[in-house]
Design a protein around this ligand. Sequence first.
Ligand code: FES
Ligand code: FES
Length: 158
Amino acid sequence: MRKEISFVVNGADVTVLVGSHERLVDVLRGPLGLTGTKEGCGAGECGACTVIVEGRAVNSCLYPAFEIEGRRVLTIEGLGTGNTLGPIQKAFVDAGAVQCGFCTPGMIMSTKALLDATPDPSDAEIRGALVGNLCRCTGYVQIVEAVRRAASAVKEAK
Ligand code: FES
Ligand code: FES
């Protein structure tokens, strides 16, 4: 079965035709061309596909596309402006938290959800927020540092 669904992505209204078997990651990377969201495991284990739905970080590989009807989605493309990185993206680059980069969009979206809810997180809260995001490259030290830097940058920008 296929049906038309409408939702908001990065502040823009979109309508796409999707099949009942499709997942949110398929719709984002397919018809919407938002390939910043990565698919790693496809099973809810790696966090590479993390996006924010209604303020909450979710695995888009587990999210049935039909359920996104009427909801608001934020993807990595929604964080910067044109060619300018947003403060969280910049913090990840500055802290050396990006190596192969495959985990990075998901890490950044989990960080965004964390900082929206908890602007001044402890290291334990940072590690807790990123527990579903796996990185095989960095050892996480730079990533935690990036989130600390991002928290400062976001506060300064306010
Ligand atoms: S691709 Fe979605 S959690 Fe791994
Ligand atoms: S930077 Fe390579 S998986 Fe995280």
